[in-house]
Design a protein around this ligand. Structure first.
Ligand code: 13P
Length: 251
């Protein structure tokens, strides 16, 4: 089926008390792996790319891969810009055909973050393209309410103690803060930095209102392990299909 937006997907998740997996894809094999897993689980799925991934090959390249996967699929698939780093990049993704956009203005002041998030939401939401934003490091429930109200975003990434990349030790999440945010914010909530968070903690986050869970590092590790396995067994392999297939399998 054609790509869908994350709008209905996340509203359905919020209503049904579950979360949709959002996976960072960095090559064709990762797209294929995520698609196969989603089909197997009969689950809607979000694929996403960060600015650095986009810089490597272009928005159109990744969109084409995910679009092809979606068209063969029987489950809904959305293509999301992860951590859009500027208004310009968000607009490029929107024009290229991404069906969901994140703008991350969290490096600026609260007011700057509101201004850029609102500008992206104003540009995208009238045509049905949903916008996720991040009020990190401020996620205080009252500020979250103000942030959502003043920006018009459609989903909110919450800062409750997760971080991107590999954790040293088990991450300590502020679950009570999550519940407090859920009580006062009525749009779908997003958990970033989910790789390495124990599954039971992720489940608890979902029970407390998370509707989208982002995984990147776990996929990178799995893919690289798979490729390395092939080379350690046979360093003379020259067919990229051979080692990429093993990477895909591990993802
Ligand atoms: P991890 O790399 O920790 O899984 O984080 C992914 C993420 O949040 C992408 O936005």
């Amino acid at each position: 089926m054609p790509l869908v937006t994350t709008k209905q997907m996340l509203l359905d998740a919020q209503k049904g008390n579950y979360a949709v997996g959002a996976f960072n894809v960095e090559n064709m094999e990762m797209v294929m792996a995520v698609m196969e897993a989603a089909e197997e689980l009969k689950s809607p799925v979000i694929m996403q790319t960060t600015p650095s991934t986009v810089k490597y090959a272009g928005l159109d390249f990744f969109l084409a891969n995910v679009k092809a996967a979606a068209e063969r699929a029987s489950v809904p698939v959305a293509m999301h810009l992860d951590h859009g780093s500027s208004f310009e990049l968000a607009m490029q993704a929107y024009r290229t055909g991404y069906t969901s956009i994140m703008i991350d203005g969290s490096h600026g002041s609260f007011e700057e973050n509101i201004a850029v998030s609102k500008a992206v939401a104003d540009a995208c939401t009238p045509s049905g393209i949903p916008v996720e934003a991040d009020d990190n490091p401020y996620t205080d429930p009252d500020q979250a309410v103000e942030f959502v109200k003043r920006t018009g975003i459609t989903s909110l990434a919450v800062a409750i103690g997760t971080a991107h990349g590999v954790y040293k030790g088990e991450p300590k999440l502020d679950l009570d803060r999550l519940s407090e945010i859920r009580e006062v914010v009525d749009i779908p909530l997003v958990l970033h930095g989910t790789s390495g968070v124990p599954d039971e903690t992720v489940t608890e986050c979902v029970n407390r209102g998370i509707c989208k869970v982002n995984y990147a590092t776990d996929l990178r590790i799995a893919f690289t392990k798979g490729v390395s396995e092939v080379f350690s067994e046979n360093p003379d392999v020259i067919d990229p299909k051979k080692y990429n297939a093993c990477g895909k399998e591990r993802v």
